[in-house]
Design a protein around this ligand. Structure first.
Ligand SMILES: C[S@@+](CC[C@H](N)C(=O)[O-])C[C@H]1O[C@@H](n2cnc3c(N)ncnc32)[C@H](O)[C@@H]1O
Length: 265
């Protein structure tokens, strides 16, 4: 099943190797950096928690769970033109009802440059319209089936540390796909105005130990250049996954990059 959204860093290109590593037993699937949740939609686990710091994104999933038809219809009524896009983009999400906010979020996601999510300091979405690098709108059937898959998930908007601490139990399986830590903001690749920094990475490493200590499982994918940081315990395993990147959206920036998958099982 296709995810509902386009998303920078989506795991769609890595689904093959990720499917192979998933734990077999009936665990609770928990994704604290869910984004478009490509692996969740591919696997459709029976019990799940999807979370992200992006409140607009989580509002979209919540609306898709409760009012999928309304979200689909409202977004489908909007014209796919630059003028319409700019009109929708300039309204603050806070001024809209939850359903309208979700429908507009979906519309902007499908029509913006490369499916990026970026806001200015005032929290206003500011990714440009793209006439060519857009994603097709899903058919009603595709959209509604993906929304139905969300029924098995609790959706939460919060920082990863809180979500992990609140869900530490032996049956949990955490799939972690954090943004790469950056020292400075990178135009066009930030997910929101608060980029993931070195101190966030350190908090995440503490969380990995806490997951392991409680007897739960985790799998984390990350930039191969800093992979050694994740081998905090000898029995944890690492493998390389080759992924085709196109975040920049320009042909010369598309290249194969490798990520390292670290698991504690
Ligand atoms: C690489 S993307 C995840 C992509 C996802 N695996 C997919 O298939 O689309 C990383 C996500 O982490 C979220 N994020 C960034 N900082 C966070 C934080 N401190 N806590 C929780 N989520 C965060 C971003 O909003 C973004 O959606």
């Amino acid at each position: 099943m296709r995810p509902l959204l386009r998303w920078a860093g989506s795991k769609r290109q890595m689904l093959g190797p990720l499917r192979e590593m998933l734990p077999r037993e009936d665990s609770i699937y928990i994704e604290p950096f869910c984004g478009s949740a490509a692996l969740f939609f591919d696997q459709r686990p029976k019990r799940a928690v999807l979370s992200d710091i992006n409140a607009d994104l989580i509002n979209f999933y919540a609306a898709c769970k409760s009012r999928p038809r309304q979200v689909f219809r409202l977004s489908g009524q909007l014209k796919r033109t630059k003028a319409e896009y700019l009109k929708i983009r300039k309204h603050s999400p806070a001024e809209r009802s939850k359903i309208a906010r979700a429908a507009y979020f979906y519309y902007l996601n499908r029509n913006c440059f490369n499916g990026l999510y970026r806001t200015n300091r005032q929290g206003m979405f500011n990714v440009p319209f793209s006439a060519s690098r857009t994603g097709r709108m899903l058919s009603e059937e595709e959209f509604l089936s993906a929304c139905a898959a969300l029924k098995s998930a609790r959706v939460v908007s919060c920082d990863f540390e809180r979500l992990i601490k609140e869900n530490l139990e032996p049956e949990a399986f955490f799939f972690l796909d954090p943004p790469y830590a950056v020292k400075h903001r990178q135009p066009f690749t930030d997910y929101n105005s608060q980029a993931f920094g070195e101190s966030d990475l350190q908090r995440l490493l503490v969380c990995l130990k806490a997951i392991d200590d409680v007897g739960a499982k985790f799998a984390i994918t990350y930039d191969s250049s800093v992979s050694e940081k994740f081998m905090l315990r000898k029995r944890w395993r690492q493998s390389e996954i080759i992924v085709r990147r196109n975040i920049a959206g320009f042909a010369d920036a598309r290249r194969n990059a490798s990520e390292i998958l670290t698991t504690n099982f």
